[in-house]
Structure formats: C-alpha cells, structure tokens
Design a protein around this ligand. Structure first.
Ligand code: SAM
Length: 286
C-alpha cells in the first residue's frame, strides 16, 4: 500500500467519480486525502462540542465531517457552486453544519460570531492563491476569532512563525506576530493532497493576542517601516530606511535614533525583535 492510499484517499476518489466532479485550478482545489493529517487539524484546533467553527473552502466536506463529528456548530463557506449539492448530500446527516455558497472575503464573520454568541475558531485547508489575504483580513480587522488553524504553503507558514536571526524572518513574521502567537503544528507533504500541488504545506496555528506585544502610535506606518527595513537583504537598517521612498529620514536622524535606543548603527532588520522595532519606531516618530 503506497503512502497516500488511505481510506480517505479512496473515499475522495469515490465521491469525485460518483458526482463527476471536475477540479478547478483557479479555486486552489487540492483536497486532503490523508486521515492522519485530518486528525492533526482537529487536535491542533482543540475542537469540542461548545465551539463555533468557520470552515473556509470545505471542498467535498472531508474536514467538515470531522469537525461536525466533534459536535461543534460549523459554518462552511465554499465559493464553488458545483460543490454545494455534493456537500449538502454528503453532510445531510449533520444538523450542526451549515453550508454557504460565497466568497470568504465577502463573508460577514462578525455577524456569524454574533449569531453563535461566541468567538469563532477558523479551521481550514486554505486555497493557496488567497492564503495571505484571508489570514490578514481576519487578523487586521480584529474579527471575533479565538483561534485560527489553517493548512497553508509551507514557505509562508515558516515565514509567519520565524524568529529574529532565522533565514525566514521578515516583515510577514512581524506583522503576523503583532496580532497572534504563531507556530507550525505539522509539516504536510504534497502527496497528502489530490491533485498533488507543486509545493509542500504546513499546518499553522495562530492564536490572536488579547493584548498586543507592543504599542505603536500608528499601526499602518509601523508595518510600512518594518517592510522598508526588510526591503534589501544584507543591507543595514540605516541604508534600507534612508533610501526608502516611503520615508523621508536622513542618515543623521536615523543614526541619532539608533544611538538613543542603544542599537549599533550597522544593525540589520533581520536581527531586530518586534519590541526593538517598536522602540526604534517610537524614537523616530514618537
Ligand atoms: N477542505 C477541503 C479539503 O481539505 O479537502 C478543500 C480544500 S481546497 C485546498 C480549498 C477549497 O477552498 C476549495 O474547495 C475551493 O473551491 C475553496 N475556495 C477557493 N477560494 C475560495 C473563496 N474565496 N471562498 C471560499 N472558498 C474558496
């Protein structure tokens, strides 16, 4: 038996054949066909019967069924209307599941949480083409979400959880960790999906902070500052910021600010923690 010939692999093949479903590449349809990964998602989400879950992109309902079996109330939002009759039929036994045919970027997440009377857990095997917009939309708008457990491209997951000094550390690490605790709960090889994508995946767990790790006067400007700091790899922070088209900061001003916060003027963005970035930002902009 080969690695992916699991029960779920057979079940997926059966459903696809039975309904004559045709995969749509533009919707990022790579269905999960490994039972063990499904278990890992449920465990990382710590799903129980009290939870209200928003699933993004249920596909043929594999993960939806596992979520529903825990007793949680589940709303599954699927953009592809050809999947709706399949989902409705396959999940007809579950009274705790609701299926909505919609683009997740248009879903009223706040309204859904109000309806359930509690913050949501967002659980999904996300379509690659809109991974970052979906996650950032949830985090930046500070929607009522208590936990996000999502399968995404491995490279993006590594960047989200990276710490200063590591090769994956960059502006995405800082922006993500400003909003949430991030850690990779599992690495998932490409052969766990049908059809097999060109990249490996990882399951990332994002727990939004109750209190932000740093206080900044202007959040948008802070993120722009961080982006500028990482705009040129292997260049000093002074070089990146003073040559950035987004900021009008002289070398003298930048050096003064670094001295004020006891940082070396040859420092690079790659080595600064979010706290150090915030300190420097405050020294420059108040
Ligand atoms: N959950 C299924 C699984 O794990 O096998 C399917 C995951 S597949 C990677 C992504 C799913 O998201 C597909 O069913 C796709 O049609 C759906 N999708 C793509 N873009 C979407 C969007 N903007 N809103 C809601 N669903 C979307």
């Amino acid at each position: 038996m080969s690695f992916i010939e699991t029960t779920l692999y057979q079940k997926t093949k059966d459903i696809i054949n039975r309904y004559g479903f045709i995969f749509k590449k533009n919707f990022g349809q790579n269905f999960l066909v490994d039972d063990r990964v499904l278990d890992k998602i449920i465990r990382a989400g710590e799903i129980d019967a009290d939870d209200a879950v928003l699933e993004i992109g249920p596909g043929i309902g594999t993960l939806t069924e596992a979520l529903a079996m825990s007793g949680a109330r589940v709303t599954a939002v699927e953009i592809d209307r050809t999947l709706i009759p399949i989902l409705e039929n396959e999940l007809r036994g579950f009274k705790n599941v609701r299926i909505i045919n919609e683009d997740i970027l248009r879903t009223d997440v706040r309204g859904l949480s109000e309806e359930y009377g509690r913050p949501l857990k967002v659980i999904a095997n996300l379509p690659y083409y809109i991974t970052t917009p979906i996650i950032m939309n949830l985090l930046e708008k500070e929607l009522p979400v208590e936990l996000i457990v999502v399968m995404i491209q491995k490279e993006v997951a590594m960047r989200m959880q990276a710490k200063p000094g590591s090769k994956d550390y960059g502006s995405l690490s800082i922006v993500t960790q400003y909003f949430a605790d991030a850690y990779v709960a599992a690495n998932v090889p490409r052969n766990c999906f049908m059809p097999r994508p060109n990249v490996d995946s990882a399951l990332i767990r994002l727990k939004p902070h109750d209190v932000k790790p740093v206080e900044v006067s202007d959040r948008k400007m802070f993120f722009k500052f961080v982006k500028a700091a990482f705009s040129k790899r292997r260049k000093t922070l002074v070089n990146c910021i003073t040559t950035s088209p987004d900021f009008d900061i002289s070398k003298e001003k930048m050096t003064r600010a670094l001295t004020e916060v006891n940082m070396d003027e040859r420092v690079r963005g790659e080595s600064l923690s979010i706290e150090e970035f915030a300190l420097l930002f405050k020294s420059l902009f108040g």
